[in-house]
Write a protein that binds this ligand. Structure first.
Ligand code: UN1
Length: 504
């Protein structure tokens, strides 16, 4: 057993549900979390069942009733301590992320940093849960909006950000006065358990056990219960568009709220006047970072015809020297895919690309070594290549050539997803065209930086099949609260709005 796991308090066999009193024995099936780099078993998790789910939700709801009465800045103080606790464990937690999902060392650490940043941002937010005030049309009346906690928030996360995406939601939901029940991916249960333990300890110490709940279980058992449960006014879900469509339909049928962060098919446009050194680095990180398994990964590249050939040559050269290997080895830039299914999807995608007339410029195969490694792949593609419209969660980048910027932007927008986008250009006019109302249709639009690696201060999310949700910074806290409009009469008359009279 890895020392990292021991230090994080994870046993060889651990339970998959936690509530007011910490972890308790579950009796569902046993799953094994394996290291995608080596195939070695890391630890086993006993899944939660329906009755475990009910217990977690009941305890979260009870805890919510007390938590919501704590003033928001006091909740913020507790969240600040969570950020500190994460900072103390950053090294080990980052290593666990590398072990469990194959992120390179700096990305594993970066993910924990993202959670720490979220905690700190949320502390500030806790003093600023502001509402607007309006002038009433009636004399001696005052009108304003205030924001109340929502209740128990259900958070569903994917394997690729097994720590930070929970933090985007949880840190903000906590300062908002909600309790949070987390259903993590079955592909990254240990990171969830370790993260929960660290943050829950802070709440337990403050006398608020139950505010954070954890339920690890199968979709058809606990996932289904979570999305149908009327006790959960908000479900925040990150994952595939297919999953999001289902979650959204079920939650809508009970008139609940959804916050969705789903698939992306993110593009970079490299204009003829771009700084190509910047562009090469931005594209390589965007397409190959996290082995292409970010929702923000760069999947399509539009090159102006004047620079296309030279750029492709440089990119192929860069791809051919990318160090692929153990994510914990210094110098590695590309780790493994999450599991064999992901490798199979990659191989199927490559076969379809070839069938559809795409030309593989480099990569296109798995790497001959144990673990789930594939080669980052560049594909020269006709504009209508059907595969380029799909999100394959692997390092495959489709390269197109354009002559007219408007056409490149239109092609960039011509996919179902709308998460992230970028242009590399030194032209003010080109950049502003890209950012205009007629420009990128994505939730994120960058100039001279790539599509991935967003900072948490901004709202994060995208349009169309990406689901429309906004998480993390800016005013995204509003999603975790309910708005109340209040009108107060401090006069001795009762005038009615719109001039209505009703004298009794
Ligand atoms: C994701 O892949 O689900 O912008 C989230 C980024 C990260 C978050 C990605 N900050 O790439």
């Amino acid at each position: 057993m890895h020392d990292v796991l021991k230090r994080l308090g994870i046993d060889e066999e651990t339970y998959g549900a936690a509530g007011a009193g910490g972890f308790y024995p579950t009796a569902g099936p046993l799953i094994t979390s394996t290291n995608p780099t080596t195939g070695e078993a890391l630890a086993k998790v006993r899944l939660g069942r329906r009755d475990d789910y009910d217990r977690v939700i009941t305890e979260a709801h009870d805890a919510f009733l007390r938590w919501r009465m704590l003033p928001a800045p006091k909740r913020g103080e507790i969240v600040r301590q969570m950020g500190e606790a994460l900072r103390e464990h950053k090294d080990d937690l980052g290593a666990l992320i590398s072990l469990e999902v194959g992120k390179i060392r700096s990305e594993g650490l970066g993910e924990v940093q993202e959670s720490i940043d979220m905690a700190e941002l949320a502390v500030g937010m806790s003093r600023q849960l502001y509402g607007l005030s309006m002038h009433s049309e009636r004399p001696q009346h005052r009108m304003y909006e205030q924001w109340h906690p929502l209740g128990v928030v259900g958070v569903i996360t994917a394997f690729n950000f097994p720590n930070a995406v929970w933090a985007w939601n949880a840190m903000v939901a906590l300062i908002a006065g909600d309790s949070v029940v987390w259903k993590p991916s079955l592909k990254a249960p240990l990171t969830a358990i370790a993260t929960h333990k660290i943050c829950d300890q802070v709440l337990q110490d403050a006398g608020f056990g139950g505010v954070l709940g954890l339920i690890i279980g199968e979709d058809k058992v606990v996932g289904d219960a979570l999305i149908r449960d009327r006790r959960l006014p908000l479900i925040s879900a990150t994952g595939s568009t297919r999953m999001g469509r289902h979650v959204s339909a079920v939650v809508a049928s009970r008139l609940g709220r959804c916050l969705l962060e789903l698939g992306g098919n993110n593009a970079v446009i490299v204009h003829r006047d771009a700084d190509l050194d910047l562009a090469i680095r931005g594209v390589a990180f965007g397409a190959c970072g996290t082995a292409g398994q970010r929702c923000t990964s760069t999947r399509r590249l539009f090159l102006h015809q004047d620079i296309a050939e030279a750029f492709v040559d440089r990119l192929v050269a860069a791809y051919n020297t990318l160090p692929i290997g153990d994510p914990l080895d210094e110098g590695t830039l590309v780790g493994p895919l999450i599991d064999q299914d992901a490798v199979t999807m990659y191989e199927r995608a490559i076969a379809s690309i070839k069938e559809q007339g795409g030309e593989i410029l480099c990569g296109g195969q798995r790497v001959d070594r144990p673990g789930h490694f594939v080669k980052p792949t560049l594909v020269r593609a006709p504009l209508d290549l059907p595969m380029a419209k799909e999100e394959t969660f692997a390092p495959i980048l489709y390269v197109f050539t354009y002559d007219d910027l408007d056409r490149a932007i239109a092609a960039q927008n011509d996919v179902d997803q709308g998460l992230s986008s970028a242009i590399f250009t030194d032209s003010f006019r080109a950049a502003e065209t890209f950012l205009s109302h007629a420009g990128s249709d994505c939730g994120i639009a960058n100039v001279n930086i790539g599509t991935s690696g967003a900072e948490i201060g901004g709202a994060f999310g995208g349009e169309k099949d990406t689901g429309g949700g906004r998480e993390a910074g800016s005013d995204s806290w509003k999603a975790y609260m309910r708005r109340q409009t209040c009108t107060l009469n401090w006069g001795s008359e009762l005038p009615l709005a719109q001039g209505v009279s009703f004298d009794v």
